[in-house]
Design a protein around this ligand. Sequence first.
Ligand SMILES: CC(C)(COP(=O)(O)OP(=O)(O)OC[C@H]1O[C@@H](n2cnc3c(N)ncnc32)[C@H](O)[C@@H]1OP(=O)(O)O)[C@@H](O)C(=O)NCCC(=O)NCCS
Length: 178
Amino acid sequence: MNPGDALRRVVFYPATAADLPALAELAGVIWRQHYPGIITPAQIDYMLGKMYALETLRAEMTGQGILFYRLLVDGKFSGFASVGPTETLGVMKLHKCYLLPELHGRGLGSRLLKHCEAEARRLGAQRLILAVNKRNTKAIAAYQRNGFALVQPVVTDFGNGFVMDDFLMAKDFSAGGA
Ligand SMILES: CC(C)(COP(=O)(O)OP(=O)(O)OC[C@H]1O[C@@H](n2cnc3c(N)ncnc32)[C@H](O)[C@@H]1OP(=O)(O)O)[C@@H](O)C(=O)NCCC(=O)NCCS
């Protein structure tokens, strides 16, 4: 832990529709810092335009039952995540889990992840799944540290010649705790 980190005030809030413009903006900041070297700049632009268009986020929030969360560090909007149902009862999906790069490596990403796990459990999930780019080693390591296991590779076509070359990962919740 870095000196002073223990004094940081870390809070989680559910995001509402009113938060979505700021969330999309934060996504742009994080994606443009984190994804170069993992996917091309053209794909970053394309994916941001597709996944973080306000109408897409609003449809996820209001039409697909996906819940969004904001992470504030010392009052600053610094990260976000989203969790939603799947076609399988008891299985929820972590759709998004993003933290400003300058805050990586302090355990804050793990806290965001744990918050999402707790929410999924509260909503009745026994299993949480996610898809992560095969080259996103930092995120894969964070997920593994938090008890997620690799399940299988999965390739998703996003159109315009862009695909997401991912691993599916999953964590089963025990009846008792962690
Ligand atoms: C995924 C993500 C949220 C994980 O956050 P992170 O900060 O990288 O991971 P953690 O919170 O688990 O931090 C762990 C690191 O902090 C260190 N650390 C310091 N203090 C700590 C503490 N109190 N508790 C836990 N870890 C601590 C650990 O030793 C570890 O260091 P290491 O990476 O050198 O091994 C973050 O990497 C991220 O936002 N990435 C970009 C977006 C992304 O790719 N999202 C996933 C899309 S699928």
